[in-house]
Design a protein around this ligand. Sequence first.
Ligand SMILES: [Zn+2]
Length: 319
Amino acid sequence: MNILGIDIGGTKTSVCVGNTDGDVRGHSRFDMLDVPSVDDYMPRVVQAAQLALDQAGLSMGAIERIGISAPGPLSVARGIIMQPANNPGWVDVPIVALAEAAFDRPVVMNNDANAGALAEKYFGRHRDAAVLVFLTNSTGMGGGIINNGELVQGVTDMAGELGHYCLDAEGPDCPCGLHGCFELYVGGRAVAERLKARIRDERIETAMIDHAGGDIDKITLQTVTAAARAGDTFALSEWEAYTEHMAHGIGNIIQMLNPAVILLGTVAVNEGEFLLGPVREKLARYTWKWPREACVVEASSLGARIGDLATLAVARHTA
Ligand SMILES: [Zn+2]
């Protein structure tokens, strides 16, 4: 079955043409900065879809289904994206109806973390794992849970929102309204924002500033890891805190679900054992040894391809 996939992000949208076996034959992307308002969005997707179809040598007539991977919170049942943190101006967007009107094809949607978990289930190295958890580990922290081969969706499509699992009720405010959410300690955006403020307010001298080209505002999580790898004391202590919180969050997930495998996205894909080594060592503080020893903690086996594959997986899941 040929699928048109739409991967909606905070900074870009990727549109691909592929099939239920995970073969991607055409691909196009555009920057969300080029889309002034929600009303301009679907026409831009149609343009990108045409480029991807041309690349694949297919016409829209050959597409049977459209799969959308979108930022949460969203309602799969109603086809609505409610109010994603990184897409300003998007409030209760009826994205499924908009895509159906633009393409005249059946459209299915899920949130990006659930879509990533489905991509691992259908196309990943651990596709046979009975209980699998996928963590986006990127700008934010989203989670998707596969239990006995089935995606755990929850009664209002909010199962697996592990980034907003509270690690410390006395912790900092989270934009979601809670306090001390897992994402505040391990999400790329939250970590970078907190460090920028600290470095500026406390006039901390750190190689992170050099790694950001001398501009504190340009500090990202990658700046932290680059400076930590180079031995910068402040960056190392921050990375130590990052891996501790990651172990805390993952330990809770292991203790709750006893999964066979937990797969982590972007940061783990980029950093590999520099992240995963310390996390595995620290897990003993947060979970029993039996479920811990039964659980593989690794970077996603799909790497940068996971965005496209996630859209194909959503379409295949509901086929
Ligand atoms: Zn939160």
